[in-house]
Design a protein around this ligand. Structure first.
Ligand code: ZN
Length: 463
């Protein structure tokens, strides 16, 4: 099919896209107090209502499911393709130089919370639908836009939708990166703990969130001199920076490392495992001494593949397992810790949990381990090939599949893939201050989606 006219129409619609995106950004649709008919708070519900109104005005039939999810259907008939975007956002946070909920276009970039994640991509889908409709492009199968409002806080919207409506057979979410993510690693969250009486180790704190490499950690030791501590730091030879001070309760060690997402631990410098490495020889009394040495042995500083814990795994399609010891506190005679693991498709929740449980027990800890299996849609499937074909046709760039350690909006929905919209080498400051999307990208994304819809919905193998 010659898409020239559709693409021209999409270009004409650019001002409408900018206006619509500005309207959607004006709702501070982060999770707020639930109200009647607004399970995630008033702004998220109002944002969904407005988006569906816009779709209706453009001539699409809409539906709301449980005040959580909305759909806009292209034509009659049961949709075989779903495009899943979300209208909720994370809170503004600090550091904005502009009003996060009053969109502004500056030098071809539209700034505002949700511009890229994920209101902008949702708007591109709406106007791809509009262009296809204006030009009367025939589709053998229908498709629908599905708009959720709880992606950022656990995707309970999608769980509800699956129970009360029908998810189309083919599904993509423009809520990650181009070209296309077909593999999301499995995920393990482990908590471990142990009562232990206070001795040389008075207290210890490292890490706050389980899915991040901790950038800072600290401990207080009694009966250890600042000089002894400095010499232990010296012989540990960590790249994380240590600061040692004398306090009333004892010598205090503070460590400064580099934070990173738990799915890419090599980009960080774990302050907590650096601290454990230094403490292991310094804490000479029991039981704290052997507990710390056990952790140092099973989860050594600078090791991110889980080898010493006996859980290392790797395959060609999804890469290596990553392990981050991300939390450890010692307070009131008790250790409490957390570990985040992302594992490849060649292994399973059971195998990794069993291995990790054994390692923690050998180190002297009790544990509670849970997780989710990897998500995978084969790279050579007709659906994936159709989407990548659309990407290549519009962008003239090479389309290829990516495997990631994080989970996307389609994690746990069989057959779903992530398709767009961030591109390599551009930081749109998702979840950060001054989030933006290029207005040209709004147009290009709409073209890619229109092309993808034509290819998927007219492919007899993808009925
Ligand atoms: Zn998102």
């Amino acid at each position: 099919m010659d898409m020239t006219k559709v693409f021209e129409r999409i270009e004409q619609l650019k001002p409408d896209m900018i206006k619509t995106l500005g309207q959607l950004i004006s709702y501070p649709s982060f999770r707020q107090q639930p109200e009647d008919g607004a399970p995630y708070g008033r702004p998220a519900r109002e944002c969904l209502r407005r988006a569906l109104e816009i779709c209706e005005d453009l001539g699409f039939e809409t539906k709301t499911v449980g005040d959580m999810v909305g759909t806009a259907k292209f034509t009659e008939g049961e949709p075989s393709l779903g495009i899943l975007a979300h209208l909720d956002v994370v809170p503004a946070g600090d550091g904005w130089t502009l009003d996060p909920f009053d969109a502004k276009v500056i030098d071809g970039k539209l700034f505002g919370r949700g511009a890229m994640d994920d209101k902008g991509p949702a708007v591109s889908v709406i106007y791809a639908m509009k262009a296809l409709k204006d030009l009367g492009v025939p589709l053998q199968n229908s498709f629908e836009l599905i708009l959720g409002t709880d992606e950022e806080c656990g995707s309970s919207d999608i769980a509800y939708f699956k129970e009360h409506a029908k998810m189309p057979k083919w599904l993509f979410t423009p809520d990650a990166n181009y070209p296309l993510i077909n593999i999301e690693k499995g995920h393990i969250n482990a908590k471990f703990f142990k009562e232990a009486k206070r001795g040389v180790l008075v207290s210890m704190h490292g890490g706050k969130t389980i899915n991040a490499v901790p950038a800072s950690a600290e401990a207080v030791l009694s009966g250890v001199s600042a000089k002894e501590a400095a010499s232990a730091v010296e012989s540990a030879g960590c790249s994380a920076k240590f600061n040692i001070t004398e306090t009333e309760t004892g010598v205090k060690l503070e460590v400064c490392g580099v934070s990173a997402h738990a799915s890419t631990p090599d980009m960080g410098d774990n302050a907590l495992t650096a601290l454990i490495k230094v403490l292991a020889p310094l804490v000479s009394d029991e039981p704290c001494g052997s507990l710390l040495r056990g952790l140092a042995e099973k989860f050594p500083y600078k090791e991110t593949d889980g080898k010493s814990a006996g859980v290392a795994a790797c395959d060609e399609v999804s890469g290596a397992l990553t392990l981050v010891l991300s939390i450890l506190d010692f307070e009131n005679g008790r250790f409490d810790g957390g570990i985040d693991i992302r594992f490849p498709v060649c292994t399973s929740v059971k195998a990794v949990s069993d291995g990790l449980g054994k390692a923690l027990e050998e180190a002297g800890f009790s544990h509670k381990i849970g997780g989710s299996e990897p998500h995978c849609v084969p790279a050579d499937s007709e659906f994936v090939k159709s989407l990548l074909g659309a990407y290549e046709a519009v962008t003239k760039k090479e389309g290829k599949c990516l495997a990631i350690g994080g989970g996307t909006y389609v994690h746990g929905t069989p057959g779903g893939v992530a398709f767009g919209c961030e591109i390599d080498g551009e930081d749109n400051r998702i979840h950060g201050a001054d989030e933006f999307i290029r207005t040209d990208a709004l147009v290009e994304n709409a073209k890619i989606f229109a092309e993808a819809v034509c290819r998927v919905c007219n492919n007899p193998e993808l009925k």
